[in-house]
Design a protein around this ligand. Sequence first.
Ligand code: NAG
Ligand code: NAG
Ligand code: NAG
Ligand code: NAG
Ligand code: NAG
Ligand code: NAG
Ligand code: NAG
Ligand code: NAG
Length: 315
Amino acid sequence: MNPKHSFMLYYVTIVSLLLLHYYVAMASILNITTDQSSLIAFKNHISQDPNNVLTKNWSHNTHVCNWVGITCGSSHHRVVSLNLSNMGLIGTVPPNLANLSFLNHLILPNNSFQGNLPYELASLHRLRTIDLRFNNLRGNIIASMFVSMTKLTTLSLAWNSFTGTTPCSLFNMTSLRILDFRGNNLWGSLPSNMFLSPSLEYVTFYGNKISGTLSSSVSNNSQQLRVVELRKNRMFGELPRNIFRHLPYLEVLSLSRNGFFGEIPDSLFSCKELWHLDLSNNNFTGNIPPGIGNLTHLKYIYLQSNNLEVICQEA
Ligand SMILES: *[C@@H]1O[C@H](CO)[C@@H](O)[C@H](O)[C@H]1NC(C)=O
Ligand SMILES: *[C@@H]1O[C@H](CO)[C@@H](O)[C@H](O)[C@H]1NC(C)=O
Ligand SMILES: *[C@@H]1O[C@H](CO)[C@@H](O)[C@H](O)[C@H]1NC(C)=O
Ligand SMILES: *[C@@H]1O[C@H](CO)[C@@H](O)[C@H](O)[C@H]1NC(C)=O
Ligand SMILES: *[C@@H]1O[C@H](CO)[C@@H](O)[C@H](O)[C@H]1NC(C)=O
Ligand SMILES: *[C@@H]1O[C@H](CO)[C@@H](O)[C@H](O)[C@H]1NC(C)=O
Ligand SMILES: *[C@@H]1O[C@H](CO)[C@@H](O)[C@H](O)[C@H]1NC(C)=O
Ligand SMILES: *[C@@H]1O[C@H](CO)[C@@H](O)[C@H](O)[C@H]1NC(C)=O
């Protein structure tokens, strides 16, 4: 290559690099601008901010990443977390939030967000945490909204007014570890694949209107399950004999205040880690199986208000 050509090549390379740099910078400015307008739209859907937190703090003069409740990613400077806990905010969750395309954590517990969750949130593929406990949200649990969030580990919609049935595909999600639906108005049966989730550790439907039997399939998959709480619902029927067979890490089981009947299945006593067992206020019958003596970690056991027979053994 003669010197002239080599100079040309050098020049072209430098210019391309500069252009590339410019485009990357522009792209990131445009994108954080998108994040900013999404958050401004969100703020506009908040009708009451009793402590004027957002009113004062979310101002055009400050960079979005310095706004209260906002965390940005360290490399790409996009909004990764929106956390506005305990602020007494009244408002709705607008579809614009779906433009926060880098969002990992959506954390709005203990406010008064109302209305339905916008279906557009389904496009937030990076979400790991959804914590909307203690709000006034309503509507059905729309499975397709959540199943595309393949990294979701926590879905907490507790203490709202969600209605309808529980979609079975929630239990097919491979990252989900915590499913907290306490204190809603869910009804219908629980899906039979509930104990087949490959990742679920903690599942609670405490205080809903769930009916039907616990006809869950049994497999080796749900090895991680530690807490199952179905207290205060409208479930009934006999527990399948093998239902607890492959739950070796189960620590907490609460089925109280339902209408379960029949005998306590023996498979329960293969759950060696169990320390909290509440079967009270049902219609269980028969003996308390002797296998209960094998549960060496048991600290709390509630069996009252059933029709169990206690057989006293002679010493
Ligand atoms: C907004 O809140 C953040 C975090 O609390 C604080 O660092 C910042 O100074 C506040 N900005 C304004 C303009 O109030
Ligand atoms: C959200 O913010 C609250 C209050 O600032 C804080 O206590 C809490 O730990 C945060 N939650 C998460 C998951 O970061
Ligand atoms: C909810 O937020 C209010 C302030 O808005 C606070 O006083 C209360 O302690 C919070 N409750 C919980 C359970 O965090
Ligand atoms: C943000 O989301 C809204 C509602 O989904 C949409 O209409 C709008 O075009 C989006 N804005 C940007 C800047 O992407
Ligand atoms: C869940 O996975 C099972 C098999 O693993 C499949 O048969 C079923 O169709 C899936 N259900 C949904 C709703 O995706
Ligand atoms: C559970 O695992 C055992 C051994 O790992 C295997 O023999 C059995 O077929 C599995 N059962 C189910 C229902 O997957
Ligand atoms: C238990 O059974 C009795 C009679 O069969 C019934 O009257 C009662 O309502 C049942 N209790 C519960 C908690 O389902
Ligand atoms: C309880 O433990 C004993 C001794 O380890 C064992 O023989 C028995 O099968 C166990 N019972 C149950 C119900 O697991």
